[in-house]
Structures are given as C-alpha cells and as structure tokens.
Design a protein around this ligand. Structure first.
Ligand code: ATP
Length: 780
C-alpha cells in the first residue's frame, strides 16, 4: 500500500491536497449538512467509491452555478482569472486544472525534512480521478466565495499543520477556520500504525494538552510584513472576494516564493468535524515545503496571522474588524513604518534590530503595541467603531505582539543553524528569558516555514519536558521575530563538555525519565522531533530537562508516508534513516534516545561517524551487522547495496560493563537491557517511550535522583556557547548537516539520489577542515 502511494506520490499528493483543501473549505461557507454532504462526497469521489456522491456534487455544482449567475457571476470571473494566471491546462475545465499546474511547479520545493517527490509521475494521475477532484474542488471553489457566517466562530488553535497558503490567503476561509469548530471539541487523531500504538487513550489519554492556552492568554500575534503592498485602510473599496482574488494573483506572481498548499488543512485541535471518517486525513504533510523554504512577506502576513491569532484577535477579526483597521491605521500613522523607513527589514542588521531598540529606552514605536494591548477590554474602550473592512485586512498585526525592546539583551547564548539565541531580561518583570531570533538568511524571501512550524508547536505544546515558549515578540524590522522562551542555564552537550565526570546512573535515570516523558508526550501527540541530540536538551539549575529546537519536528500518522531520511544529526540518526528508509516513525526518536542515554553515561558520543557510511560502520562495529533474521526487511532497504563488513557480535556490553576497573561507565543488567532495547535495529521492535518509562531500570537501585538533588553547575550564560564549542571541539556535523539539508532541497531522492548524496557527503568530509575554518572566521 505504501509502495503504491509512493509510486504515484506526487499525484496523490495533489489529489490529497485538493481533497483536503476541499474539506477545509467546504465547512466554511455552508451549513453543516452541506459541509458533511460535500465532504463525504468529496472523499468518495476522490476514492472513486460512490457514484451517488459524485451525482450529489454535480447537483451541488449546478446549484452553485445558478446561484452565482444570480449573484453576478463572481465565481466565473475569478475562475477565469485563476486559470489565466497559472497557465491553465485543467483537464475538466474546472477550477482545479490551473491550480494543479500551479502546485506542480511548487511541490518540487520541499523542506529538507520532507521527501522530495521525484518518485511520482504525472502520468500516474488517473484522468477520472482528476476530473472527480476537479469537481469537488470546483464546488469548493464556488463555495468559498460566500462569506462565512460569523456565528460559527470558534476558538483558534495555533497549530494548523501544513495549512494551505492559498487557504490562509483567502479571507473567507481564514475567517471560517477561526469560526467553525466547536470551542472545546478535539477531533480524534489519525490512527497509529499497529506497532506504534501505545494505549487505547492515545493521543489524549493521560496527556495534558493545552492547545489554545497560550494564544488565549497571551494574545500573540506577529507583525504584518506587507503594508507597503496593501491598500491603505481607508481605501478598502474592494470586496472580500476581490481582495482575495488580488492576493491570489500576488501569490502567483511570487513565483518561486509561493509555497504550495499542504493537505493538512487543520490540526486535530482545529478540525471541523469529529466524524470517524476523518481519521487519517490530517496527517499527510508531505507537501510541506523544505526547511529553507521561505514565506514571502505577503504570505507571512496571512499565515502568521492565521497560525498565531489569538481567540481574542480572532474574535476581533470576525466582529470588530473595523476597530482593528482603525487601530492599524493609527499605528501606522504614528509609527511612520513604511517600506522606505529606517525600520525596513532590509536595512536592519541583526544587532541593530535588537540593540538599536534597546538604546531607545524601551519606548520605540513598536512598544506601543504592548501598552495598548494589555487587555481586550482596554482595546474595546479605546477603539472607535469604523466601517467594516475586508476581513483579511482587519487584524492589526502589531497590536497583540510585544516589542523586543521590552527586553534587555544580556548576551548571546548560541547560534544554531536556524536561529540566534540570546539571554535577556524582561524589563517589566525582571524575568530572565531566552530569546530565539528567527534567522532570516535571505530576508527578501520571507519568513522561514521551519521557524513558523517551531513557533507553532512550541506555542501549542505544554509539558514540563518541552521548553516553554511564552510569547512571540517583534523586532524593529517588521519581519524580525523572536520567540521568548524560558531560560535554561545549560544544554547537555555544553554541560558534558564542561564536566569532568560523567553523570552517575541515578542522575542519568533522572534525566532519561524526563526525556522519555517529553518524547512520549510528543509521540502521543503525533509529533516526531527528528532532531534529538544533547545540544537540543536543555537543563536548568533545578534539575529540569527540557527538549528544544522543533525546527525539524513534524506530524506523522498512519499510513506511514515516505519522508526524507535526511533528518536527525548524524550521530543520533537511526540505522533505518542511514540506510535510506523513507518510511519511519517514532522509532527514529527512540534510537536517538539510546545514543543520548549512552552519551550521558559515558560523556562521549556513542557513534561519532563523519559520514553516513562511517556512521553505519561505527554502529555495526559496536552492535554487529544486522541481517534479515534480526531485522526483517533490512536487506530491502535502499542503502543495503553495499557489502558491509559482517561484524558478528554485539560489543555494547563491553562499552558499558556491569562492573569496571578501567573507568568504563558501569551499567546494571537492567540498564543495559534498556539501552539495548533503545538501540534495537528493527524499528518495529525498538522500545517505545511509554514502555521505556516503565522499564525496570528506573525501579531498581540506585533509584533515579530527584530533580532537586541533581547537581548544579555554574551557569554557562557568561559566554557564547557556540564560541566555546568551536574552540573546544568543533562539531563537524553541523556543517555537514547543513549541506545535507541543502542537498535535500535540490529535489534529489530515491535510491539514486541517496547514493549521489552519499558520494557528495564523502567529498564534503574531505573539505571539512576548510568549512570549519570558515565557520570560525564567521564567528569573528
Ligand atoms: N530556552 C533556552 N534557554 C537557554 N538556551 C537555549 C534555549 N533554547 C536554545 N538554547 C541554546 O541555543 C542553542 C540553539 O538553539 P536551537 O537548537 O533551538 O537553535 P537552532 O538554530 O534550531 O539550532 P540547530 O542548528 O541545532 O538546529 C541550543 O543548543 C541551546 O544551547
């Protein structure tokens, strides 16, 4: 089944996306009955299962056409325009054809965490299916022209996985997304693959989720990056339909910057229907753009607004748009924030962006946002009613979001691939926080989706073992965004480098329990972290461990879809990934946990390969070379073409003996059993987070140390952690991984792509010293 999907992957991708878009759109402009009917019809059509459903769709289409005709033919003109702007070519003459063309160009670009779809073939599209899709999309297209009923408002969930950019650009749908679901109802998640099902209550059983809490209370919103391209508030003479249509054109003109739709139209928290048939439909985010894909400022405008809109703002958008517009107008006037102003993104350096504001004494223009939006009531009192504006322009993008100048920068903590992290003090409360500034390597390309995703996850997830993102603040540049996180004194990588002795067994148990709880929470909530490593594990001086860096995290589900194997830093990368498997799940994170457990015990990375091949070699040397007996399916993995040296024995116990006189880290039988189970080759047999938490190792003496008794360490904030690492032990993997991810973007994949990439990696390793030198020079 998976192979079948794989074979026509790109095409299925389109179909799925279209159908899911349909699902997302249908509910917005129609009654519940219509929604259900079309939705079911759409599914049937897409799956080719029900002629009745198709007939219903056709009837609905006809009905809609008639209605449109009587409404002045908006739909047809829009349709024509869409068609023209995207090159046409639909097989059925409906609205889908041109859109499909647009998608096909865009889906070539993916996020490095995602699989390129070269294995698919356009020829695999079944004409009939296309037609059916088109019919559904056509209906959808028609329906979304109608403004949504305001009474269907609902709480906003910041997680809207892989939402279609087009979708978020469309006012009616945008509004409807906020408005159609019940306030508290959470739809069921997609079913887990059997081997990964943990409990009948998963994902919600026993897991505390506060998906909307932060948005509700923090009123988080991100800045608009598109004022220059927007009509002035007073000039909103066009209808919402026209506004949407213009946006569509603008997006299409974006060319490569335009990010195609994703076919998860809403999160499980934000879904519109609880019907069992929905299960599995929200899972596929194969269309997610590459990690380095950027959202254009125009898309950022809508995307961030949709993703980070608080319920308060959502409410305003629906009911008080005029007020928001008014405020926007005022603010713009007072700020003088124009594309030619000093604050323009293109002119602000990273330092300027932050320090400049600091120097202004905490009352720069953007700080107005904070003081004016402390409470919804305040807004209500202050703002005066104005004529309603198109919904898409209603939200004051800066109003709900504090300025970074409310924080005093103390020092830079670290600079990762995707963000610079500062230690800072909240001027109001005195609280020490970490500010992660989203890196805008090429600002003109817009906001990085990976950061958007990270913000999205971290704002939504709430767990003691997941780093808490308190809010998002803006810099002086309209597109400079900071995540305000709880400050953690250490990361485990830096800490272990500074420690003279490794952690004791009881300390490792304390850390592992917290880590497993965090990972269990993620997996229970259908998220793979995909980059678990010691530098992404933070530790504070209260002994609390927290997982950070969700830039590579993604939602997963059943059936498993092909993903890229270019995830997880090499040393922590599971063998199935190293061997080119594109269908993986939670087990990849569990392997990383095995590597981390070993590293905590020994203070040294377990498998520190320099290339993928070297990494495999190191693994095989310690654990023995796998075979079909211990890992069914092993021989069919793409990477198992090379004749690996057959290492007969598992030597792991030698590295972690029960007793030692040589200084080797000791590990009890139970501890060794757990380590072995985490480092099990066959992902199907690898232990789950839940099972690991119940492992006897945690119940035997020495018992896990309680957090309060964990050792404290001198805070590492006095210096830049990255600088310290470079000086002490440069990490070759960062550079290599960056290149891997870039290669992943080039669209290579599949077996041949894999080996091409492998050769490239081999070459890269030769150039590594040069890269390192460049890297160090960059620092200076
Ligand atoms: N809340 C925090 N408190 C203290 N330090 C932090 C915090 N968050 C991140 N850091 C530090 O910043 C480093 C980089 O953060 P993060 O991993 O989120 O950035 P990144 O750009 O995604 O990195 P990577 O290159 O690993 O993908 C971490 O390894 C950690 O040392």
């Amino acid at each position: 089944m998976a192979a079948g999907r794989h074979g026509g992957y790109r095409d299925n991708e389109f179909r799925d996306r279209e159908s899911n878009l349909d699902v997302s759109r249908r509910g917005f402009a129609n009654s519940k009955e219509d929604y259900d009917r079309v939705r079911n019809g759409g599914r049937d059509v897409v799956r080719g299962g029900s002629r009745d459903a198709r007939d219903r769709i056709r009837v609905r289409q006809k009905d809609i056409r008639e209605r449109e005709a009587s409404n002045g033919g908006h739909r047809s003109s829009s349709s024509r325009s869409d068609s023209g702007s995207s090159g046409g070519g639909g097989s059925d003459g409906g609205g889908l054809g041109p859109r499909r063309c647009g998608f096909s160009a865009k889906t070539m670009d993916r996020e490095p965490g995602e699989l390129s779809s070269e294995s698919g073939s356009d020829g695999a599209i079944e004409p009939e299916s296309m037609m059916k899709d088109s019919e559904v999309a056509n209906v959808e297209h028609n329906r979304t022209r109608s403004p949504p009923p305001p009474e269907k408002k609902r709480k906003f969930s910041p997680i809207v996985w892989d939402q279609d950019d087009k979708e978020v650009s469309e006012p009616s749908k945008t509004k409807s997304k906020v408005s159609t679901a019940p306030v508290t109802a959470l739809p069921p998640p997609p079913p887990l693959p059997k081997s990964f099902v943990r409990s009948p209550n998963v994902p919600y059983g026993g897991v505390e989720i506060h998906p909307v809490k932060k948005s509700e209370t923090k009123d988080v919103e991100l800045p608009e990056a598109t004022r220059a391209t927007m009509p002035s508030p007073g000039s909103h003479s066009m209808s919402p339909k026209q506004a949407w249509h213009n946006d569509r054109e603008a997006e299409q003109q974006e060319g490569e910057d335009y990010v195609p739709s994703h076919n998860i139209s809403s999160s499980r928290w934000a879904a519109v229907d609880n019907s069992p048939g929905d299960e599995g439909e929200i899972i596929d985010d194969e269309e997610l753009p590459r990690r380095k894909r950027r959202l254009s400022p125009e898309l950022l405008d809508t995307k961030l607004r949709n993703k980070l809109l608080s319920p308060v703002e959502a409410k305003k958008e629906g009911f008080d748009g005029g007020r928001a517009k008014s405020s926007e107008s005022d603010e713009r006037g007072s700020h003088g924030r124009t594309s030619s102003g000093d604050d323009h993104p293109g002119t602000a350096s990273e330092k300027d962006d932050y320090m400049e504001i600091d120097a202004q004494g905490g009352k720069s223009d953007t700080s107005i946002n904070h003081s004016e939006t402390d409470s919804e009531d305040e807004d209500d009192r202050r703002e005066t009613p104005e004529p309603p504006a198109p919904p898409q322009r209603m939200v004051n993008m800066l109003q709900g979001c504090r300025s970074v100048d409310e924080f005093e920068r103390l020092n830079k903590i670290d600079e990762g691939t995707y963000g610079v992290v500062y230690r800072a003090r909240d001027k109001k409360t005195g609280e020490i926080v970490a500010l992660k500034k989203v890196k805008m390597e090429k600002e003109r390309e817009g906001f990085p989706l990976t950061s958007l995703r990270e913000i999205n996850i971290l704002l939504s997830f709430h767990h003691p073992s997941i780093v808490d993102v308190k809010e998002v603040v803006v810099g002086s540049s309209l597109d400079s965004i900071f995540m305000v996180m709880e400050y953690m004194e250490h990361d485990l990588k830096g800490l272990m480098e500074a420690m003279k002795q490794p952690f004791s067994q009881s300390e490792v148990k304390c850390l592992m329990i917290q880590l497993l709880e965090g990972v269990k929470y993620l997996h229970d909530n259908w998220v793979l972290h995909r980059d678990l490593k010691t530098s992404n594990l933070l530790l504070n001086n209260r002994g609390e461990l927290k997982i950070c860096d969700f830039g590579l995290a993604r939602q997963y589900g059943s059936p498993l879809k092909p993903y890229t194997h270019l995830v997880v830093t090499l040393w922590y990368r599971a063998p199935e990934l190293l061997l080119g498997s594109k269908q993986y799940s939670t087990a990849i994170d569990m392997w990383s946990l095995g590597c981390i457990m070993a590293e905590l015990l020994s203070k040294e990375p377990l498998f520190n390969g320099k290339t993928e091949f070297d990494q495999l070699d190191k693994i095989f040397k310690i654990l023995g070379t796998p075979n079909e007996t211990i890992w069914p399916g092993f021989s069919k993995l793409p990477g198992v073409k090379v004749n690996f040296v057959k290492h007969q024995y598992n030597l792991l116990r030698k590295k972690f003996p029960a007793t030692s006189f040589t200084g080797s880290p000791v590990l009890s039988d139970a501890g060794f059993d757990l380590l072995n189970k985490l480092l099990t080759y066959d992902p199907e047999k690898r232990i789950t987070a839940e099972a690991a938490l119940n492992h006897e190792w945690f119940h035997e003496v020495p018992l896990p140390k309680s957090k309060e008794f964990m050792p404290t360490f001198p805070a590492q904030h006095a210096q830049d952690r990255r600088m310290r690492r470079v000086l002490k032990s440069p990490d070759p993997l960062e550079e290599q991984r960056r290149k891997e991810l870039q290669q992943g973007e080039s669209g290579t994949g599949g077996i041949f792509g894999y080996w091409e990439r492998w050769v490239c990696l081999e070459l890269q390793s030769i150039h590594f010293p040069l890269n390192t030198i460049n890297w160090i020079q960059d620092l200076n």
